[in-house]
Design a binder for this molecule. Structure first.
Ligand SMILES: Nc1ncnc2c1ncn2[C@@H]1O[C@H](COP(=O)(O)OP(=O)(O)O)[C@@H](O)[C@H]1O
Ligand SMILES: [Mg+2]
Length: 224
């Protein structure tokens, strides 16, 4: 599903060139669950942002679903991203003036989905996430783990082909982090393709594939 070859990302700072990503080769089959570990500053988020079409590589090739994303114009790239990719971040990024229900519904509103279909999809997602009864709660009234579950629901509600999570457990205590990990595994078992970045080697062990990012180089550590 994902095929990346010879991918580089170079930042030019003054006269210096900084290789944030260096000659990356990466493939991921549909329905897999990959974790990427590595120290801070090693290039994990840069890589995820490129995979998620939030940023572009400096050179190399990137195919997602046989679509050549390197040559896609900006507008087409963001359309592709909105349709195909769901994001989860460390800091949740929920809208605080909206309820949990409204946060999760938002991507469907943007798509012009009917009221009836929105309602059935959102309620189904609340059940999947174990959040029944929290529909009318505002983010501030929810625990960190519950907020992250709402954010995961928002990422999944539009049925993306790829779910990307950048340190999804980074702002949570370890027990809650394990719960979120269990939820990601459940989502994977339902057939979704998941790529997760984490500091936590123990959590990473639970993924199907583990990669390590080090100084912008990606190597495969484990294949289950
Ligand atoms: N917009 C940018 N301009 C310049 N350098 C950047 C930019 N974004 C990231 N970097 C650099 O790229 C490297 C990788 O960063 P990042 O992908 O955020 O690492 P990680 O997510 O593993 O902590 C770091 O050295 C960082 O300082
Ligand atoms: Mg990062």
């Amino acid at each position: 599903m994902i095929r990346i070859e010879n991918l580089n990302k170079v930042y030019r700072l003054g006269g210096e060139e900084l290789y944030a990503l260096r000659d990356i080769h990466f493939t991921l089959e549909q329905g897999s669950f990959a974790a990427i570990v590595g120290p801070s500053g090693s290039g994990k988020s840069t890589f995820m942002n490129i995979v998620g079409c939030l940023d572009r590589a400096t050179s190399g090739s990137y195919y997602l679903h046989h679509q050549d994303l390197i040559r896609l114009p900006d507008k087409k790239l963001s359309q592709f991203r909105n349709r195909s990719i769901g994001f989860v971040f460390q800091q949740f990024y929920l809208l605080h003036r909206l309820t949990a229900y409204e946060n999760m519904e938002l991507p469907l509103l943007y798509r012009g989905t009917s009221v009836k279909e929105r309602r059935s999809k959102v309620l189904e997602m609340f059940a999947l996430l174990g959040l029944e009864g929290k529909e009318k709660f505002y983010p501030k009234q929810l625990s960190g783990g519950q907020q992250q579950r709402v954010a995961i629901g928002r990422a999944l509600i539009g049925e993306p082909t790829l779910l990307l999570a950048d340190e999804p457990t980074g702002a949570l205590d370890s027990k809650t982090g394990q719960d979120v990990m269990a939820l990601l595994k459940k989502i994977h078992h339902e057939g979704h393709t998941v790529m997760m970045i984490t500091h936590d080697h123990k959590l990473a062990q639970e993924a199907e594939y583990i990669y390590e990012m080090k100084d912008g180089k990606l190597t495969e550590l484990k294949r289950r």
